[in-house]
Design a protein around this ligand. Structure first.
Ligand SMILES: [Fe+2]
Length: 272
């Protein structure tokens, strides 16, 4: 399914241009790259739908597929005013960036040419893309669109995080959200989340290893077979797991994550 995006890409870049004057804006440049990669992932998921045994029926909902790609493009537009005002991407210390993205695209009428349904679905997905969990009552089309953005977003965050986990670069603090780099340490609560098959919470992260564990638990909620496969084939998760300390206390969590990764590789779905 070809979704023509050039006018929307231009609109996004024009919007970003308005943040040119922000000092030390390297983290914002990373957000532009991130955005376009998330769009690519969303397009790939949409293209994979006809071959997806579980999700095939959605390939016939052109409006929902269109909304997903548009939502991917604008999902993080609130990161720009967030960083300009608060100098951080840490929502807990500033503002919920998904709400800000939603308000920005609504007030800027970024999707004014779209039907009310496509616009509504896209705005809903932007608003919900960073929620810890989605309500089971959510309308199935809204859930589908939101899950495409969430899967796509996670796939690129894996790439960004893995590149920063092992390097000391200037943007590192902003990316890793100010956790301590103590190679032998991890937070027991986060390791327990892993063994219990729960997605870890940002608020519990204290060390870089907690980030590794959190990224591992994201495998639990990737919805689309194409995302799980792409993650396994990228080798990124192998890198994340290889960085965890080989301590006896962490062994159950490591083993659990290796099983999840094999499931992704073999196209088996995580329980949802
Ligand atoms: Fe986001």
């Amino acid at each position: 399914m070809e979704i023509e995006l050039s006018a929307y890409r231009k609109r996004f870049l024009d919007y970003v241009e308005g943040f040119r004057d922000v000092p030390d804006a390297a983290p914002l440049r990373l957000k532009v790259e991130h955005t376009f990669r998330v769009v690519e992932h969303a397009e790939r998921i949409v293209d994979s739908l006809p071959e997806d045994e579980v999700e095939r029926q959605w390939s016939e909902d052109a409006g929902a597929c269109r909304a997903a790609v548009l939502a991917a493009l604008y999902h993080d537009c609130g990161r720009f005013p967030q960083f300009r005002r608060y100098r951080t991407f840490l929502d807990a210390k500033s503002v919920n960036h998904a709400v800000l993205s939603f308000q920005t695209m609504r007030d800027g009428r970024f999707l004014r040419e779209e039907s009310a349904r496509v616009r509504g679905l896209a705005q809903c997905a932007v608003l919900l893309h960073n929620r810890y969990a989605l309500s089971p009552m959510l309308d199935p089309a809204a859930r589908f669109v939101t899950d495409i953005v969430r899967d796509s977003d996670k796939l690129d965050i894996f790439r960004v995080m893995v590149s920063y986990l092992g390097n000391a670069l200037p943007e590192r603090d902003a990316v890793l959200l100010h956790v301590a780099d103590d190679p032998g340490s991890w937070t027991p609560k986060v390791a327990e989340d892993v063994t219990a098959g729960r997605v870890a919470r940002y608020g519990d992260l204290r060390f870089v290893n907690d980030f590794r564990l959190l990224l591992g638990t994201w495998m639990l909620e990737l919805r689309f077979a194409s995302t799980r496969k792409a993650l396994a084939e990228s080798g990124l998760m192998d890198e994340v797991l290889a960085g965890l300390p080989d301590a006896p206390g962490l062994r159950p969590a490591r083993e659990k994550l290796h099983v999840l990764l094999e499931d992704c590789r073999n196209g088996r779905g995580a329980a949802r």
